[in-house]
Design a protein around this ligand. Structure first.
Ligand code: ATP
Ligand code: MG
Length: 364
């Protein structure tokens, strides 16, 4: 297949986009810019507005307020079939009574593409997903992973400038999901297409994306690179949703975070964290039971073990600090798992603490 599509990847912009169902606001006024050719994931818990936002981009839902732009073009009131957008859903949604080739050909027929061109395009799309030998089968004669590759071929066959995928791997088992993640990423590198990819699996979002948009209750909590949203979460919600984290409560006053008793810890904080209740957060790599000798940035933290589990190359520990905060961290598995109730002194890396205001997103 000619690798670059004739249409150029399109940038997407949402301006104050809002969607209500009855009295419920599914998507609050939302602003977002997706760069042309990038791979952007919408990540968030169930019901946070990911699918609704995607549908407003594909045209299957109309926003109550706000505008959707492709480049400079306002397409808010354009019907889905005129947006040039490929869509892949979780449940494949192939037509069961049609052969694989017919399924892939379908969007081309809808667009009145000439028959000889259709045949070539179908062949190329099948080669793109490495399944040229299944053209004449029916969907039920394919495995789940193969069906999903055909659904992707069908979404790409008309060279869309934008590909939207809504939990496309959700129905697949873990191994297949991981290999398909790599395939989709490789496809994105070969094609000139913008991809918006919905998932509630944080590892998937971290592994695949240029940018991650973290959704919470119809709002965007944070937008950033995987490194930024993981390593510099702006709220406790983002920290918790993106993986294991451990935190202590405290107070910020004049640029210094002081942990609540019994923890004796003070940290300088970034400008931007206001005075008041706050939390200091650490990722697994910044919490250890045995800090490197001679490195002064590690501070002791007395904890109580709530639960522990063996996870192959590491131990997963749920730890409590003082009477309140609990967090989960992983550490090297070369020592026995401490039983629940044991006191455990861990060390946290001062340099890698992230301090966030306690109010923000904490209730979710
Ligand atoms: N057609 C609809 N009618 C009424 N409410 C809806 C409709 N579609 C979505 N909602 C509501 O809007 C909110 C956002 O739903 P949405 O499907 O966008 O969530 P999501 O982030 O995609 O969740 P999931 O991860 O479960 O797919 C939810 O509270 C949902 O119940
Ligand atoms: Mg959804």
């Amino acid at each position: 297949m000619s690798s670059k599509s004739p249409t150029e990847a399109v940038p997407v912009q949402l301006r104050g986009v809002t969607k209500r169902y009855g009295s419920e606001t599914a998507v609050a006024p939302l602003d977002l810019t997706v760069e042309a050719g990038s791979f952007v994931s919408f990540l968030g818990p169930s019901g946070s507005g990911k699918t609704t936002t995607l549908k407003m981009i594909s045209g299957f839902e109309r926003p109550d307020e706000g505008a959707v732009l492709f480049g400079a073009r306002d397409i808010t009131s354009l019907p889905p079939e005129q947006r040039g957008v490929g869509v892949v859903f979780q449940n494949y949604s192939l037509f069961p009574h049609m052969s694989v080739a017919r399924n892939i050909e379908f969007p081309l027929r809808m667009r009145g593409v000439d028959r000889s061109i259709r045949a070539r395009k179908v062949r190329e799309a099948l080669e793109l997903v490495e399944l040229p030998h299944v053209a004449h089968r029916r969907p039920h004669e394919l495995s789940g992973g193969q069906q999903q590759r055909i659904a992707i071929a069908r979404a790409l066959v008309f060279d869309p400038a934008l590909l939207l995928m809504d939990e496309p791997l959700g129905a697949l088992d873990r191994r297949l999901r991981e290999s398909m993640q790599l395939e989709i990423k490789a496809l994105h590198e070969r094609l000139d297409v913008t991809i918006i990819y919905v998932t509630h699996d944080q590892e998937e979002a971290l592994a695949m994306s240029d940018q991650i948009v973290v959704f919470n209750q119809g709002r965007v909590e944070q937008v950033g690179t995987p490194q930024a949203v993981y390593g510099r979460p702006r709220t406790l919600f983002v920290a918790d949703f993106l993986g294991e984290s451990f935190s202590v409560s405290g107070q910020v006053a004049d640029g210094v975070f002081a942990a609540d008793a019994p923890v004796a810890l003070r940290l300088d904080v970034d400008a931007g964290v206001g005075n008041g209740p706050a939390r200091a957060i650490w990722r697994s790599g910044s919490v250890t039971a045995s800090p490197p000798a001679g490195d002064g940035s590690w501070a002791p933290m007395p904890t109580t073990v709530v639960a522990s589990a063996f996870a192959g190359d590491r131990l997963k520990l749920k730890l409590r600090v003082g009477s309140g905060t609990e967090g989960i961290v992983s550490m090297g598995a070369d020592w026995p798992a401490p039983p629940p109730g044991d006191a455990l002194d861990v060390y946290v890396d001062r340099k890698r603490a992230v301090v966030v205001g306690a109010g923000e997103g904490a209730e979710a």
